[in-house]
Design a protein around this ligand. Structure first.
Ligand code: ADP
Ligand code: MG
Length: 312
């Protein structure tokens, strides 16, 4: 079985929305008139981003999920993606499970595989995703204003806790690990939330490297600072008994962090309720640069970035 048989058997399906899909030198995409393309790439490398023996269906899911999460952070509608795949050997059951996991998530978001590249090499998966968004509607990192609220979706730290448990760095009871493991291996991209935040959020980012670091990308791009309330952070973890530092410096969360002016509080609470999307207000944007932590009494903590680096 060669490269072209693999492409045909596992990665070729009739195109639904692309003008031309897999099989030619280029795919052809027709964005709706007046729409802008939103484009992002994310690469997963074996040993670096996942264990080589991870469930291939989960890996297919995650490879696309991390890319959909970037579109979500921009408020873009998923359209299509390409898949560049380096495989150490041809393992048919592995390829079947990988493509099943990949297409299950792709179908959920009507996002179509339109091309790619397949080669022999150390296991590596690179997806480039294409979405569309109306001009001026994309959520950016750069619009946060002093006085805006800071929010985060879902729970944080779960993936990091599961990872440390799988690496033997901490002990979880089997039930807890079973509950947290999907947060590491099968993250749910917040595409619907990103869509709902268009016109509301002043800035947004998806959390892949941990809230503490990723939020600072918003702060720097927006030329502002921020203060986070530790009691709010403490409510963000699914597993009980862990330091809020897991919520701050977890990583692999694929939740959205965003800012919005205070007059949106009711709208956001209603959206959270009707869509059953947990959204937590965790702090505020300030004019003074830097990111700070505040305790329940409103006192600033003498916590430095360095101490979080040590934690990682
Ligand atoms: P080229 O040599 O012109 O780059 P290839 O021979 O590598 O094209 O690929 C043949 C076709 O299969 C192209 O349309 C390409 O986009 C597609 N393709 C290759 N690998 C994949 C993959 N992993 N998933 C989807 N499509 C793929
Ligand atoms: Mg090629």
């Amino acid at each position: 079985m060669g490269e072209f048989d693999i492409i045909e058997q596992f990665f070729t399906r009739p195109s639904q929305r692309a003008v031309l899909g897999v099989g030619d030198d280029c795919a052809l995409l027709q964005p709706r008139p007046g729409m802008q393309l939103a484009i992002s790439s994310d690469m997963l490398v074996s040993g670096q981003h996942f264990f080589a023996d991870v469930d291939p269906a989960a890996l297919g899911h995650k490879a696309l999920a991390v890319n959909l999460s970037d579109l979500a952070a921009c408020g873009a509608e998923p359209l299509a993606f390409t898949l560049a795949l380096a495989l150490p050997q041809i393992d048919l059951p592995w390829l079947q499970a990988f493509s099943d996991g990949l297409f299950a998530l792709a179908d959920l978001h009507h996002c179509e595989l339109i091309g790619g590249d397949t080669t022999r090499g150390p296991l590596c998966i690179n997806i480039t995703i294409f979405g569309e968004v109306a001009p001026g509607q994309a959520l950016l990192r750069s619009g946060a204003m002093p006085g805006d609220d800071i929010y985060v979706s879902g729970t944080l730290g779960d993936a990091r806790i599961a990872l440390e448990a799988l690496q033997g760095q901490l002990t979880l009871d089997p039930q807890q690990l079973a509950a947290l493991r999907p947060r590491l291996e099968r993250p749910t991209p917040r595409v619907a939330l990103g869509r709902a935040l268009r016109g509301i959020a002043s800035a947004a980012i998806d959390i892949s490297d941990g809230l503490w670091g990723d939020l600072q990308h918003i702060l720097k791009r927006s030329h502002v600072g921020g203060t986070l309330d530790v009691p709010c952070l403490e409510t963000l973890m699914q597993a009980s008994g862990f330091s809020y530092r897991y919520a701050l410096a977890g990583g692999d969360d694929y939740e959205l962090a965003f800012t919005a002016a205070p007059h949106w509080r009711n709208t956001l609470a209603q959206y959270a309720h009707s869509s059953q999307t947990p959204i937590t207000r965790i702090g505020q944007i300030d004019a003074a640069p830097g990111l700070r932590l505040r305790d329940a009494a409103g006192e600033l903590l003498q916590q430095t970035v360095r101490s979080f680096d040590h934690f990682l």
